[in-house]
Ligand binder design. Sequence first.
Ligand code: GDP
Length: 431
Amino acid sequence: QPVLAVVGRPNVGKSTLVNRILGRREAVVQDTPGVTRDRVAYDAQWAGRRFTLVDTGGWEPSATGLQASVAAQAELAMKTADAVLVVVDASVGATATDEAVAKVLRRSKRPVLLAANKVDDERLMSDVASLWSLGLGEPYPVSALHGRSSGDLLDAIVNALPEAPREGAVVAGPRRVALVGKPNVGKSSLLNKLTGEQRSVVDSVAGTTVDPVDSLVELDGQVWRFVDTAGLRKRVHTASGAEYYASLRTKAAIDSSEVVIVLLDASEPLSEQDLRVLTSVVESGRACVLALNKWDLVDEDRRYQLEKELDRGLVRVTWAERVNISALTGRAVRKLAPSLRTALSSWDQRVPTGQLNSWLSELIAATPPPVRGGKQPKVLFATQAGIRPPTLVLFTTGFLEAGYRRFIERKFRERFGFEGSPVRINVRVRE
Ligand code: GDP
């Protein structure tokens, strides 16, 4: 989701305008603390377009003076954001500090919008026109306090921001499940178990080929669409090149699914092929449930061995729930449904930007990123840029080591859950 940074010298009514844009009154100035104390990020939305709004906050005059610190903030805003909104007080006109900000922003490669605030009265319109002199294009007259014209400004903002990929568009109908695993792990047995018990409810969905491609399965009061099951139903176990085709088929099924059930054979050692399947799932970004099949064959000794194998083999999917089942006896197959639901709701989950940043600022204050090349990278703020899979973007002043990113992911999961779903963490270094 694109980022809009709001800059302006103190007292121009920036916070009031931010709240006006956010469309909520209660957030006024008692900001959720940002990652650094003077930066606060929120989720905003206008005309169906979402963006992250970053309030670069109270600019204290520094040792080098107000102008210098304001200019430095404008510099940072330019680097961090996809567009910059600069707020000036039209009732005062352009001050030397505003000029300093404008000077910095005129170099911006990204769009800059100019809000002329405190235009509570038509008589101020001539003052608004004088703000063209800042060289930042058309000044948008607004009255943050009274809400005047902020619609025009918001239209201009969303037009200036890059189009975010439309995400989370609700796919109608049952949620899509892929059933994958190496040959003979029990995929067709499980599908038959799931469908066999409820012939009346279950129907096949016509695909483009002669064969029905997907199966509708009712499980725990909910209908699921098991994708690409034609081969499973017919128990096609061809000989030559089978593994290659099986892996293509696996990839295709994963791609058309939202959540994947990975079947593992609990009675046998975890194999290379199992790990390849797991890697495909992790790379796909789909939600995932691990089903340990053939549990009827697992005894005490085997269970002990299995735990050790899983510890080693499942490091990349420690977030996935495990269900011990038997496709043969039907043991615990219904328990797949709650795990599928959990995984999908995690996959769909979004943490609001304010909440994310107040959590992250505390985490980072307690455990800052390791110093690299003599420099301490700073995390400026974060936003959850997407769902399906949940994707965080951290805006930083330097590279974050993989170990530290994993630490953030682990803590993020401790705080917000996300069982059954991968979480992606992208770092955008700006500076
Ligand atoms: P697929 O290749 O993954 O579709 O595997 P199949 O469903 O064809 O199963 C392969 C073999 O494993 C068959 O002989 C099944 O009867 C057997 N099998 C599947 N699930 C179980 C289970 O839970 N327990 C036991 N003991 N055997 C199973």
